[in-house]
Ligand binder design. Structure first.
Ligand SMILES: *Cc1c(COP(=O)(O)O)cnc(C)c1O
Length: 426
C-alpha cells in the first residue's frame, strides 16, 4: 500500500541502514573522494551515478528532494537555492532563445519580473493570459514556438485558483507540458500531477520550510510527459548533448528521469544555484511537520477570512475558501481540504487607514514574507510595489488599501483579538 501523505512527510526519502544516523546526515563537503581517475571519469560522462562536486549535486540535498518527489507523487526531483532559481531552471530547461511560454498573469511578482524582464533579455517570449482564461483564450495564446504553459495552483497574493485540468488539456493538445508553481497549497492540499500537470516547482522558503529559516526551491517531474513523442519541440531532451559526449537525455534516463537529469547536468553545472546541505537539513525538519502545519494554516486562514468578511471596517476580502469568492468553486474542486493561510483584504479609508491599522498590530508583525509559522502582514502598495502610482497599482491588481495577511499557526482567538484592538483604533 502506498503510504499516506503524513507518513511521507515524516519518513520518505531516507531509510537508514543498520547503525546509521536516524536523522539525515549533513554532507558538508564540496567534493568527494575516489580510488581511481577512471571511476571519476565515468561520473563526468554520466555513465555511473555518484557525487563528485557539490555545485552539481549533494547527497543531503538529494535525500530531501526524494521526499518532495514522494509528496508530489513525482518520478524525480531536485533542490535549488531559491524558488526563483527553481522557476528559472524549470522554464529554461524547456524554452530557450526563440521559444515562447503561455503564462497566467496571476503569479508571484518575482516570477513575473523573471519572465517579463530577465528571460525576455535572454530571448524567451511570454504571453500573459488571465488566470480565468477560457479554453478559446488559452488556445489563442499558443504560437508555433510555444514550449510550455505556466501558472500557480493558488496565486500569491490574490489566492486565485487555476483550472488545472483545463490548462493541462490545452497544453497537451499543443504538445507541451504544464508547469505549476504549487508553493501555496503544498502537496498536502493539492497535488497538481493528479490533475494533469507535468512539472511542479516550489519556493520551499514558504510553507515547506515553514519557519522562515532558509531560502530554497524545488523542481519535481511527474515523469508523465512523453518527450520523444514531441521530439522536434524539445531537441534539448531528445537530441545528443555534445557537452556530454552525445547523450540523449530522454533515451538514457527515460521519461521519468530525463528532465531532472538535464536540469542538473546542464543548468546546475553551468549556473550553480545549489542549496547548502545545511539549508536542506533545515528544510527537511520543516517537511516533517508539513501535514500538521498546513492543516492549522488552512483552518486559521478560513477563520480569519470569515472574521474579516463580517467586519464593517473591511471593504473587501480575497480568500478562495470563502463562499462567494470568485474562486470558491475551483477551490472546492482542487482544494477540498483547504488552500493556505494567505488572506488579502482592504481596510475602509484606503491606503492611510491600511497603514495605520497595521501599525496598531502587536502579535502580528510587519515583514516581507508569507507562509511561516508566525502571523505577519505586508502592505504591498507602500513596500513591494511602492514605485507604482495608484493607477498603475490597480492595473497590477494591487489595490492601494490591500493588506496581505499570512495567517500563522498560533491560536486563532489571539490573532482575532489582535485584529480587534487594531481595528478599534482606526
Ligand atoms: C516566494 C515565492 C516564489 C519565489 O521564491 P523564493 O524562494 O523567494 O526565491 C515563487 N513563487 C511563489 C508562489 C512564491 O510565493
Amino acid at each position: 500500500m502506498t503510504q499516506q501523505i503524513g507518513t511521507r512527510c515524516v519518513q520518505a526519502g531516507y531509510r537508514p541502514q543498520n547503525g546509521e544516523p536516524r536523522q539525515i546526515p549533513i554532507y558538508q563537503s564540496t567534493t568527494f573522494r575516489y580510488d581511481a581517475s577512471e571511476s571519476l571519469g565515468d561520473l563526468f560522462d554520466l555513465n555511473a551515478s555518484g557525487y563528485f562536486y557539490s555545485r552539481l549535486a549533494n547527497p543531503t540535498n538529494d535525500l530531501v528532494a526524494a521526499k518532495i518527489a514522494a509528496l508530489e507523487g513525482g518520478s524525480a526531483a531536485m533542490l535549488t537555492s531559491s524558488g526563483q532559481a527553481a522557476i528559472f531552471y524549470a522554464v529554461f530547461n524547456l524554452a530557450n532563445a526563440g521559444d515562447h511560454v503561455v503564462v497566467s498573469s496571476a503569479i508571484y511578482g518575482g516570477a513575473f519580473n523573471l519572465f517579463n524582464t530577465t528571460m525576455r533579455k535572454m530571448g524567451v517570449d511570454f504571453t500573459f493570459v488571465p488566470v480565468d482564461a477560457t479554453e478559446e483564450e488559452l488556445r489563442a495564446a499558443v504560437k508555433p514556438n510555444t514550449k510550455a504553459f505556466y501558472g500557480e495552483t493558488v496565486s500569491n497574493p490574490s489566492t486565485a485558483v487555476l483550472d488545472l485540468e483545463l490548462w493541462a488539456k490545452v497544453a497537451h493538445e499543443t504538445g507541451v507540458p504544464l508547469v505549476i508553481d504549487n508553493t501555496f497549497p503544498t502537496p498536502i492540499n493539492c497535488r497538481p500531477f493528479e490533475w494533469g500537470a507535468d512539472i511542479v516547482v516550489h519556493s520551499t522558503s514558504k510553507y515547506m520550510d515553514g519557519h522562515a529559516a532558509a531560502i530554497g526551491g524545488a523542481i519535481v517531474d511527474s515523469g508523465k510527459f512523453d518527450w520523444l513523442a514531441h521530439k522536434e519541440k524539445f531537441p534539448g531532451l531528445t537530441t545528443p548533448d555534445e557537452s556530454y559526449h552525445g547523450i540523449v537525455y530522454a533515451e538514457k534516463f527515460g521519461q521519468g528521469g530525463a528532465f531532472i537529469f538535464k536540469c542538473t547536468a546542464q543548468l546546475m553545472r553551468d549556473l550553480g544555484a545549489i542549496p547548502s546541505p545545511q539549508n536542506s537539513f533545515l528544510l527537511n525538519l520543516g517537511l516533517e511537520s508539513l501535514h500538521l502545519r498546513m492543516k492549522r494554516h488552512s483552518e486559521n486562514g478560513q477563520k480569519i477570512a470569515e472574521y474579516l468578511a463580517a467586519n464593517d471596517k473591511v471593504s473587501w476580502v480575497d480568500y478562495c475558501g470563502l463562499k462567494g469568492d470568485k474562486y470558491y468553486p475551483l477551490a472546492q474542486k482542487y482544494l477540498p481540504n483547504g488552500s493556505c493561510g494567505v488572506v488579502s483584504f482592504g481596510v475602509k479609508g484606503g491606503r492611510e487607514a491600511a497603514q495605520k491599522f497595521m501599525g496598531n498590530l502587536n502579535l502580528i508583525s510587519i515583514v516581507t514574507h508569507v507562509a511561516d509559522a508566525r502571523s505577519c502582514v505586508l502592505h504591498p502598495a507602500s513596500t513591494t510595489h511602492r514605485q507604482l502610482s495608484d493607477a498603475e497599482l490597480e492595473a497590477a491588481g494591487v489595490r492601494p488599501d490591500m493588506i496581505r495577511f499570512s495567517v500563522g499557526i498560533e491560536d486563532s482567538d489571539d490573532l482575532i483579538a489582535d485584529l480587534e484592538q487594531a481595528f478599534a483604533k482606526i
